[in-house]
Design a protein around this ligand. Structure first.
Ligand SMILES: Nc1ncnc2c1ncn2[C@@H]1O[C@H](COP(=O)(O)OP(=O)(O)O)[C@@H](O)[C@H]1O
Ligand SMILES: O=C(O)C1=C[C@@H](OP(=O)(O)O)[C@@H](O)[C@H](O)C1
Ligand SMILES: [Mg+2]
Length: 172
């Protein structure tokens, strides 16, 4: 028997998908599948190295495979990479899932990603790159969401609690 995720987290780089995903999974007593971590495990190298050595297209192809499997059969929490929703098939697959959009103020996301050099798409000028990404993606995140939670207004633990509250009780 295969199960589906309890919740799928989407949103901008720096929104906190990985961090809130961890807190939510812990609270629910289930596993987190972070698609970037799974991609790194399968490729045997970091997301940054995949971008540099194989290119973004190769990363997106691997991401599509990992996301499709996660949405079809991961029984816990799934945290997607920020760009996973650019894939049309992934957007279609998300229909019928509990899709949580982690909303974040631009200034907060920029500050958070600015502290981290592991996001290859934002290299060079992280603020400008992030602004351009969000212009394209915000309407997509919003249209896919069945629940929206702000990580500018809430700590990761609070966000996890707000999401958990909206999930059906076990057995429902
Ligand atoms: N309220 C918050 N919610 C989530 N992450 C936060 C929050 N405040 C600060 N952070 C920090 O922001 C960063 C978010 O990174 P991450 O979880 O990797 O985001 P994403 O996976 O969406 O790119 C982490 O370093 C986390 O500790
Ligand atoms: O926004 C994107 O296109 C990307 C976001 C990253 O994940 P996070 O959103 O978890 O940082 C990671 O998948 C990769 O660097 C590409
Ligand atoms: Mg992440």
């Amino acid at each position: 028997m295969s199960s589906r995720p309890l919740a799928v987290l989407i949103g901008s780089p720096g929104a906190g998908k990985t961090t809130v995903g961890r807190a939510l999974a812990e609270r629910l007593g289930v596993d987190l599948l972070d698609t970037d971590a799974e991609i790194e495990r399968r490729a045997g190298k970091t997301v940054s190295d995949i971008f540099v050595e194989d290119g973004e297209e190769a990363f997106r192809a691997l991401e599509r495979e990992v996301v499709a499997e996660a949405l079809a059969s991961h029984p816990g929490v799934v945290a997607l990479g920020g760009g996973a929703i650019l894939n049309e098939q992934t957007r279609a697959d998300l229909a019928g899932h509990r899709v949580v959009y982690l909303e974040v103020e631009f200034a907060d996301a920029a500050k958070r990603v600015g502290l981290d050099t592991a996001r290859p798409l934002l290299l060079g000028n992280p603020r400008a790159r992030l602004k351009a990404l969000l212009r394209e993606r915000l309407p997509i995140y919003q249209s896919l969401a069945t629940l929206t939670v702000s990580t500018s207004e809430h700590t990761p633990e609070e966000a996890a609690e707000l999401i958990a509250k909206e999930l059906p009780a076990a057995g429902d």
